[in-house]
Design a protein around this ligand. Structure first.
Ligand code: NAD
Length: 435
């Protein structure tokens, strides 16, 4: 050891030990200039610069206002790509690539993809969200315990280097390096969330705590998918975000309703107390392809029953109202909320209000005009009315649903028909496989 130290000193002291020649600092510069002057390369460089300057000068400025009403109605035909384009505009404006601030987009400059976690991404809403994020160019990590989600909902992304799927229960902590967290993990239909109520509230409380902890640790933006159930059986109609709700804290639905209310509280406390950037969406009834068949939700119930030639079961007198939002509208709203500057909460739902009887009629018109209707006693704590007031989302997110029930339902019906009867005529991917 001592001799090593000694030799080191020797090395620095010997004056004529080998040292490479220092290159002359300007020799490379001279070489570059000579290279440029050779064979008229300078002229080429100057011409290139002139063309670039000309292109940037005549390139039209980005419009300061985007008309979102151009978003088309059909989701599976042209919707995903065109909505993705519309959404990219929102994002670009946020990060300042376009618009009034800096002017024009430099040619060839693309938005850098984000790293995004979607918890519950193998479920109904989550898998549609993942489709849009991947289409936008982001890298997505799905975290799911497959309680109600299916690998089949994401199978078309397997092999994509920008996609990862982790089997994980959010009740346990997880560490990931990401920019954004969409927190959807939670069973959403009464059949599923009542199956193990303690697990449901744990998922809402401990799961949300874990994901907020992750957001705080890595500085990610966090979006909570809350629910219209936080309004309980509302005494105010339609429901605005400032309404605090009328929820039974000890009923059979409380594991979900109160769980989501606590998740909202935690989200706001992490925001106020720890400076985490958060967003809260209160989602109203949503339907579309990849919904669980037989999950007890009214739209999936009616559609599956009509396809199987069973009577449509209406609970109570059928006069309860609900509003039905097509899944692509919801995904658009969630992404705008995440990219926008407002915390929320925001109601995301379709304000078109239908009684259960009216919904049954639309299903009859779409699938089978001879489908019978059967009445059953109503379930406990079933809210009588539900209709979102979406003025806040319209004003601050520039969002409103564009797919009416009569357009969205046929798209869901063709997916259900395929999964129930195994009809693969239209060549779309199998969405029914389980893990
Ligand atoms: N679909 C709607 O109408 C609606 C309405 C209001 C709120 N929401 C909310 O939107 C979110 C998604 O709903 P959805 O309709 O897609 O439901 P879904 O049941 O299809 O999806 C939920 C996903 O979360 C996963 N999950 C459940 N518990 C988990 C856990 N502990 N750890 C990891 N993963 C878990 C499930 O496996 C599933 O993939 C939920 O948070 C739900 O409360 C949905």
């Amino acid at each position: 050891m001592a001799s090593l130290v000694f030799r080191g000193h020797d090395t620095t002291l010997i004056p004529d030990s080998y040292s490479p020649k220092h290159p002359k600092p300007w020799s490379s510069l001279t070489r570059s200039i000579q290279y440029i002057l050779r064979e008229q390369r300078l002229i080429f460089v100057l011409v290139g610069m002139a063309i670039a300057a000309l292109v940037f000068t005549i390139l039209p400025s980005s419009p300061s206002h985007y008309n979102y009403s151009t978003i088309p109605d059909s989701y599976f035909t042209s919707e995903s790509t065109r909505l993705a384009a519309a959404h990219r505009v929102v994002f670009d404006r946020r990060v300042g690539f376009v618009g009034g601030v800096g002017g024009k987009i430099p040619l060839g400059l693309k938005r850098k993809g984000l790293r995004i976690v979607v918890t519950g991404g193998a479920g109904f809403v989550g898998s549609h969200l993942v489709d849009r994020l991947i289409a936008r160019g982001d890298s997505v990590i799905v975290v799911d315990n497959f309680f109600t989600g299916f690998k089949g909902n994401l199978i078309h992304h397997f092999g994509n280097p920008r996609f990862e799927l982790i089997r994980h229960d959010v009740v346990e902590p997880i560490l990931l390096e990401v920019d954004q967290i969409y927190h959807l993990a939670c069973p959403a239909s009464p059949v599923h969330y009542k199956f193990n109520p303690v697990k449901t509230i744990k998922t809402n409380v401990v799961g949300t705590l874990n994901m907020l902890g992750l957001a705080k640790r890595v500085g990610a933006r966090f979006l909570l998918t809350s629910t219209s159930e936080v309004y309980g059986d509302p005494l105010q109609h339609p429901q605005v975000e400032t309404y605090w709700g009328n929820v039974n804290p000890i009923g059979v639905r409380s594991c979900y309703d109160e769980g989501k209310r606590t998740a909202e509280t935690l989200t706001m406390d992490y925001h106020r107390g720890a400076g985490v950037e958060v967003r809260i969406a209160r989602i109203f009834n949503t339907y579309g392809p990849r919904m669980c068949i037989d999950d007890g939700r009214v739209v999936s119930n009616f559609v599956a029953q009509a396809l199987r030639k069973e009577p449509l079961t209406v609970y109570g007198d059928g006069k309860q109202t609900r509003s039905f939002q097509y899944v692509s509208d919801l995904v658009e709203g969630l992404m705008r909320l995440m990219e926008g500057e407002h915390v929320g909460p925001f109601n995301l739902g379709n304000p078109g209000e239908f009684t259960m009887m009216e919904l049954a009629q639309v299903v009859q018109e779409t699938i089978d005009p001879n489908a019978k209707i059967e009445f059953r006693p109503n379930t406990e704590d079933d809210p009588h009315k539900r209709k979102p007031d979406i003025s806040k989302a319209k004003e601050l997110l520039g969002w409103e649903p564009v797919v009416p029930l009569r357009k969205g339902l046929p798209m869901m019906v063709s997916d259900f028909r395929q999964r129930i009867f195994g009809d693969h005529k239209d060549g779309s991917s199998d969405m029914s496989s389980t893990v």
